[in-house]
Design a binder for this molecule. Structure first.
Ligand SMILES: NC(=O)c1ccc[n+]([C@@H]2O[C@H](COP(=O)([O-])OP(=O)(O)OC[C@H]3O[C@@H](n4cnc5c(N)ncnc54)[C@H](O)[C@@H]3O)[C@@H](O)[C@H]2O)c1
Ligand SMILES: O=P(O)(O)OC[C@H](O)CO
Length: 334
């Protein structure tokens, strides 16, 4: 049984997931980039910058990665996808041998086009079966409030997935296992981009039919990419696919949806970035890396392409909307 767990990253999800683990009875140490955040978590049992109003269970917290990692049986990586490589490079010599590495990040790395578990195996020099991924409809704030939710723990090594499942299961958090790491990771990364598009539609004043169309066609293009890369199509009907897509595309708590809504209302990328105060909206970068990955494998992802053009080529959301509607007519599954 995994008893001692270290969570690296005390942002919204890292802190909420540390709470999940502590509420599941684990001994948790949380690493924060800033010592004042670590001290606040240790002494006041709050993290007001990321989860205002939430009282945390007793957690150890530190800004010293060596202290955080000492004796860990599992290490949870809770940093943004585009900084994971740099973060893990700094931490890799401190990782206990054979430790289970758990990725919470939802993104595809710019440049290398790698999924997060691929970045982890490369940097930590560990086999696939040592890396698990947690994904699903998991808006951090709701989970930190103890609202019921489910997730998927995906790992090529089923026994390791079961160990992480047992370590994180509590009265409000229900993890399922899966061995389809590719599908779970792509589901989590792609839904952020589709949530941008739903937010954009909301910002343009559009309603439920448009949202449902974007969600459904977004799932279709995600599954197309996933299947091409070896994922199980069923994964996209599950929590890491449809589940996360619906939660993120519908909730005002989603940073990706909120970011898209700002763009839809006419804000520039810079204005939207300033307004979200440094909180990560992964889809803004992942729309480019996922588009490049799709191009590399000859997969058509029109919504992802449209989001890249709005975010990085300054194309008007109304224009990409009209273009999406005007594409050549086809069978639903072609
Ligand atoms: N917030 C959620 O509801 C949620 C839920 C599921 C998955 N995720 C995923 O988890 C990952 C982390 O998300 P989060 O919500 O905790 O993000 P966040 O922005 O709230 O926190 C990021 C954390 O990483 C730390 N960090 C370390 N190096 C960094 C760097 N170079 N740049 C920026 N931050 C750095 C920050 O200090 C902070 O503690 C993302 O990939 C996100 O998609 C988030
Ligand atoms: O706030 P977002 O848009 O990063 O989404 C959070 C989670 O990934 C939802 O599962």
């Amino acid at each position: 049984m995994i008893e001692r767990i270290t969570v690296l990253g005390a942002g919204s999800w890292g802190t909420a997931f540390a709470k999940v683990l502590a509420d599941a009875g684990r001994e948790v140490t949380l690493w924060a980039r800033r010592e004042e955040v670590a001290e606040e978590i240790r002494t006041a049992r709050t993290n007001e910058s990321y989860l205002p109003g939430v009282t945390l269970p007793t957690l150890d917290a530190t800004a010293d990665p060596a202290r955080a990692l000492d004796g860990a049986q599992a290490v949870v990586l809770a940093v943004p996808s585009q900084s994971l490589r740099a973060n893990l490079t700094a931490w890799r010599d401190l990782l206990p041998a054979g430790v289970t590495l758990v990725s919470l990040a939802k993104g595809v790395e710019l440049g290398t086009l790698k999924r997060m578990s691929e970045v982890i195996t490369e940097i930590a020099g560990v086999p696939d079966g040592q890396v698990a991924v947690v994904s699903g409809p998991n808006l951090a704030r709701e989970i930190a409030q103890g609202q019921p939710a489910a997730a998927v723990v995906a790992c090529a090594d089923h026994e390791r997935a079961v160990a992480v499942q047992r370590a994180s299961f509590n009265s409000y958090f229900r993890p399922y296992t899966n061995t389809d790491v590719v599908g779970c990771e792509l589901g989590g990364a792609c839904k952020n981009v589709i949530a941008l598009s739903c937010g954009m539609a909301a910002g343009l004043g559009l309603g439920a039919n448009t949202m449902a169309t974007l969600i459904t066609r977004g799932l279709a293009e995600t599954a197309r990419l996933g299947v091409k890369l070896g994922a199980d199509p069923l994964t996209f009907a599950g929590l890491a696919g449809l589940g996360d897509l619906v939660a993120t595309c519908s909730s005002p708590l989603s940073r990706n949806r909120t970011f898209g809504e700002r763009l839809g209302r006419g804000e520039t990328l810079k204005q939207a970035q300033e307004a979200t105060g440094g909180q990560v909206a992964e889809g803004v970068k992942s729309c480019s890396s996922i588009r490049a990955l799709a191009d590399l494998h000859g997969v058509d992802m029109p919504i992802t392409d449209a989001m890249h053009r709005v975010c990085h080529e300054d194309v008007d959301p109304r224009k990409v909307g009209a273009e999406l509607l005007g594409r050549s007519q086809k069978h639903e599954w072609s």
